[in-house]
Design a protein around this ligand. Structure first.
Ligand code: GLU
Length: 516
């Protein structure tokens, strides 16, 4: 029988989740949902030195903002599950709380001869590293050096037993087999082979803090949680041979997950990995949500920058994948239907900030008017409370073509909610001269006589100007100046139709009196 597909997103809470991490979570989620399987969240927090308070909450909140809800590992309140239940059978999902389970697996490998105890002190290893460095070499604990170091392969059995019982500064290291070809398959990269002599004897478990390292905890948990596919970032590809060897050593090859390593997100110029610094330099976020670190340094977030989560998710999906058609706009549910790992590209995905904005604008354009109005009311409160939904809706419908983000609405629409208090001086100097002060009252009278006051009738103002041979640009820009306060803004007839005749006449009169 086909196994139920189960994938996991396994972040380490070492800081805010980079948008590349969100993409990894998204691809896992899409894969699981398409297969009718499970998406699990597991927190890999065994490296206590790199633990950052708040990072775990940040990760979960980011996923929730994107509409990605794990089937297992997180409860309805967005908390990591600590107690097992039918829905969350593998709890706790935080590795630091699973610490008790890993030692026996590491010891099992020692018993079977796949691992050994290492007693080298931190200082002695540091000295070896320094010595090698002085000779422009790197020290590696591996097949070549382990026979000369302080471990259960070199010490007499009784001495090993004594040290295990009496000391705490020891670890369990994996014994990489000598000179073997490790053959691996990756769902995105295809077949890969590596000679085992290039690998080092990684630490699996540490007596000092009784904690596993990433490699051991990751393999053991993927096995226990019945993970069928591991979809993760390319930075883990160098660990893949070790992971294959670990599955083999445990005798778990039959249920070993398949692997897919996603390529990096690249800078907009394609040169190198996309970093927070690129975002700061070029003015775009690289994190889903705003983050303030312990030093008070602020990193901007897509959410706070005014992105719709739907647009962010859609944009992310396309960073390294495409549906093979021209269609670019996909909801999360639609992505679930069309996503496939086969169409994930091998090469790095170049991030394009303009495309990100484009996606947001597309979602802004598609948003139902009533929804736009509700969002705007929620952010503006009392400032627009006196205006009807119909009025606010017409304003936003007119202006949505001209902005990328709903956060731009406040400034872009302010003149619809408040008459200008002053007039841009440069514009006044440019347009309020020659015969304009004499003409405008005539235009005002014409406008006052329009009935009905809709866009079509208002546009006949242009015919009036033309028939009289008046300067079109100056007249129209003066009208715009009186309505907006500056010589920029949408079409004059569009604005007037929304503002209504009374308000338009009031603003023209005020303009005339102010500038005379
Ligand atoms: N904890 C690892 C990380 O932070 C997970 C790698 C994996 O998915 O195996 O990315």
């Amino acid at each position: 029988m086909e196994r139920r597909r189960r994938v996991r997103f396994a972040p380490s809470p070492t800081g805010p989740l980079h948008m590349g991490g969100v993409r990894t979570a998204l691809y896992n989620y899409l894969y699981a949902k398409q297969a009718g399987g499970d998406f699990i969240l597991r927190i890999e927090d065994t490296d206590s030195q790199r633990f950052v308070p708040g990072a775990e909450e940040y990760i979960i909140e980011s996923l929730r903002w994107c509409g990605i809800f794990p089937d297992e590992g997180v409860d309805e309140n967005g908390k990591v599950v600590e107690v097992a239940s039918e829905r969350h059978p593998h709890a706790p999902y935080r590795q630091s709380q699973r610490r008790g389970i890993y030692r026996k697996y590491a010891e099992e490998l020692v018993e079977k001869g796949y691992a050994y105890y290492a007693f080298d002190s931190t200082e002695s290893l540091a000295a070896l590293r320094a010595e090698a460095e002085a000779q422009k070499k790197t020290f590696t604990y591996n097949w070549e050096t382990r026979g000369t170091l302080c471990n259960s392969l070199t010490l007499p059995t009784d001495e090993v037993a004594r040290r295990l019982a009496e000391t705490r500064d020891w670890t369990i290291r994996f014994k990489i087999p000598e000179n073997r070809t490790v053959a691996m398959d990756d769902l995105i990269r295809g077949h890969i082979e590596v000679n085992s002599n290039t690998l080092d004897d990684k630490v699996l478990w540490k007596r000092a803090d009784e904690l596993p390292t990433y490699h051991l905890a990751n393999i053991v948990d993927d096995h226990l949680m019945e993970i069928t596919e591991v979809i993760r970032g390319e930075e883990w590809l160098p660990s893949l041979p070790l992971h294959y060897l670990l599955y083999e050593a445990f005798g778990w090859q039959d249920s070993q997950p398949r692997f897919a390593h996603l390529s990096l997100l690249l800078k907009p110029d394609g040169k190198g990995k996309l970093s927070k610094r690129d975002g700061d330099r070029l003015g775009f976020p690289v994190f889903p949500l705003r983050w303030v670190n312990a030093e008070g340094e602020v990193s901007r977030g897509y959410r706070e920058d005014g992105y719709y989560p739907e647009a962010f998710v859609n944009m992310l999906a396309f960073l390294g994948w495409n549906p093979g058609t021209e269609q670019e706009i996909f909801s999360l549910d639609e992505l679930v239907k069309v996503f496939s790992l086969e169409r994930v590209v091998k090469s790095g995905a170049r991030f394009n900030p303009d495309k990100a904005k484009w996606f947001n604008q597309e979602y802004l354009r598609m948003r139902p008017t009533a929804q736009l109005v509700a969002d705007f009311r929620a952010s503006e409160g009392a400032r627009i409370a006196a205006f009807s939904d119909d009025y606010v809706g017409r304003v936003l419908d007119l202006m949505r073509e001209r902005v990328h983000f709903p956060t731009e609405f406040r400034e872009a629409t302010s003149f619809f909610f408040e008459a200008p208090a002053s007039y841009d001086e440069a514009a006044v100097a440019k347009f309020w001269k020659d015969d304009i002060p004499a003409l405008i009252p005539q235009v005002r009278e014409f406008i006052a006589g329009l009935d009905p006051f809709d866009k079509e009738h208002i546009e006949t103002v242009e015919a009036l100007i033309r028939e009289n041979g008046w300067p079109m640009g100056k007249v129209m820009n003066t009208l715009r100046l009186f309505l907006v306060g500056k010589s920029v803004g949408p079409g004059v007839a569009d604005m007037m139709a929304i503002l209504g005749k009374d308000e338009v006449l009031k603003r023209i009169d005020k303009g005339i009196t102010t500038l005379q």
